[in-house]
Design a protein around this ligand. Structure first.
Ligand code: MSP
Length: 515
């Protein structure tokens, strides 16, 4: 079985500072990366910034700064955000790096070699904000301004000499690929829109621009820069040292296991990117997953709407793990989700502080008083104990399958239920009434500690710092977190000292309006 796993986030436009939507893509990717790592996979996790194109050039011009200098600054804020979010990305790529430029120009030459590129003239609508071309039937006019119907962004008319990619030539091959690989476009609800778009007839794609210069030059024709999406999509292989297909990174990690992206950029990933790869005779990624949007006041965040949520502010107010937990739990994965301070506070108070924090606190305080602060050793499981412990063993395989289908909701529900059951178990077993039956008292404490360990392992991909803090109770470290040990009910060694770890989550007093 191939134990390599390659996950990517979109590379972000450094045209403005990162917002909650960007943080969301990255946190979810980190969740999968961490899960796969604790399941024994060798994980490559890529994120970065997409720095060329007219959108960036204009943003830099507005500030009167050289585009590269402008990108240096904002790209750094994305890099800083990665560490603020505690991401375990193994690489951060910038499309202005040499390694990337070489790779893009090589891919271009491959497309030329295969006869997929020709010079002609483009005339049509273009949205600089989306860096996308739109057909006449994809735009509308509101108050005299032409906009793209799907993204609501302004479009402008362009007419210029351009190189084209023969996208239409790949229509049937793409449709066959979708059919042969039913999971290629996920979630399934997003598949049909792509398939019907392809079936409606693909037009050849303009892949170079002549009227501005901020981009990677077309090899052998320096009047043109390569279309920013052809440039950007190549990041997924340039970070693996393409065109050196003998390089270990490329050999181990291409094709990617999953490109995690927002639903608005599905067309680029599920149509253009596979077509480029087919033309270059390179393998296609295994999956493209289009997640929903984080909405603010029920609308997608954007600079123009002024409804941007700053992840750093939320982290400062509530801490990182609560934000990670909230985004992973409350936004039903694959769908849009509205972010609300009230729900975030509910999550902290009820799930994190009450259900998880309290469980850890209660069992360790009890063990401290009644078991000399050590993991009890004289134990014998009865059916109640076995039942609650076996629930983990019985579900490991299912959890793996669900994660491979990106069923994040199943994963989080499993944890929330396990926490509920664990608290109920401790209450129902009433260890405080077993002071005359020390073996039973010890066994209840041991079982509950084992459950705390197991749940903390499962929580690690979601709230890594808090999980590691809880695991310090047992002196366990990150390297000890191994998913398969969920089925070991005697993992904790008897007589191990239990460490004091302090409060895991502080409850939030409701902040009243206008306070
Ligand atoms: N640069 C391109 C991606 C190139 S990938 C080869 C791009 N950049 S972006 O910065 O505009 O968006 C990056 C990602 O953030 C996209 O997946 C987009 O869907 C996501 N989000 C932007 N706003 C969002 C929300 N409000 N909610 C969730 N994600 C959204 O597109």
């Amino acid at each position: 079985m191939n134990k390599n796993f390659y996950i990517t986030t979109p590379i972000y436009y450094p045209s403005a500072k990162p917002h909650m939507g960007h943080a969301y893509s990255s946190i979810i990717a980190d969740f999968f990366a961490r899960f796969k790592r604790i399941d024994g996979f060798n994980v490559h996790f890529l994120t970065g910034t997409d720095e060329h194109g007219l959108k960036i050039q204009r943003s830099a011009e507005k500030k009167n700064i050289e585009p590269l200098k402008f990108c240096d600054e904002i790209s750094q804020t994305f890099r800083d955000l990665s560490s603020k979010l505690n991401l375990t990305n193994t690489d951060f790529i910038r499309t202005t790096e040499e390694r990337h430029k070489n790779s893009v120009q090589h891919l271009w030459k491959e497309l030329e070699k295969s006869g997929d590129i020709y010079l002609s003239k483009y005339s049509g609508w273009y949205s600089v904000s989306d860096e996308a071309y739109y057909n006449e039937d994809e735009i509308e006019e509101i108050d005299g301004v032409k906009i793209a119907i799907s993204s609501k962004s302004k479009v402008e008319w362009i007419e210029e000499e351009s190189f084209f990619f023969k996208l239409s030539k790949w229509q049937d091959a793409l449709l066959k690929h979708y059919e042969d690989n039913p999971d290629f476009i996920s979630p399934p609800s997003r598949k049909n829109e792509v398939i019907s778009f392809v079936k409606s007839g693909l037009k050849n794609l303009s892949v170079s621009r002549k009227s501005f210069s901020w981009g990677i030059k077309v090899p052998d024709n320096h009047d043109h820069v390569i279309y920013v999406w052809l440039d950007a999509l190549t990041n997924y292989i340039s970070a693996l040292n393409y065109p050196d297909t003998k390089d270990d990174l490329y050999k181990n990690f291409w094709p990617a296991s999953i490109h995690l992206i927002g639903k608005d950029i599905l067309r680029f990933h599920a149509i253009y990117w596979p077509a480029f790869l087919l033309a270059a005779k390179l393998p296609l990624p295994k999956k493209v997953y289009g997640h929903g949007w984080i909405l603010s006041d029920n609308e997608k965040m954007s600079k123009s709407k002024g409804n941007i949520l700053d992840p750093l502010k939320i982290i400062d107010n509530y801490g990182l793990d609560p934000l990670r937990y909230y985004l992973i739990k409350e936004v039903s994965f694959g769908n849009d989700g509205n972010i609300s301070q009230e729900r975030l506070e509910d999550c902290i108070n009820s799930d994190l502080a009450n259900n998880y924090g309290n469980l850890c606190q209660r069992v360790t305080a009890f063990a401290s008083k009644n078991c000399n602060d050590i993991v009890p050793s004289d134990i014998e499981f009865n059916d109640d104990d076995k039942k609650i412990l076996d629930n983990f063993t019985n579900n490991i395989e299912l959890i793996r399958e669900k994660i491979d289908r990106q069923d994040v909701n199943f994963y989080i529900d499993f944890i929330v239920n396990s926490l509920f059951e664990a608290n109920k178990y401790f209450n129902d077993q009433e260890p405080w009434k077993k002071k005359n039956d020390l073996k039973r008292l010890n066994t209840i404490v041991y079982t509950t500690l084992e459950i705390v360990r197991k749940i903390s392992f499962l929580l690690y991909p979601i709230i890594p710092s808090s999980s590691l803090k809880a695991l310090q109770i047992f002196g366990l470290e990150e390297k000890d977190i191994i998913l398969s040990t969920l089925s070991d009910h005697n993992y904790l060694k008897g007589n191990t000292k239990l460490n004091k770890v302090g409060i895991l989550f502080n409850k939030i007093e409701r902040i009243k309006e206008n306070d």
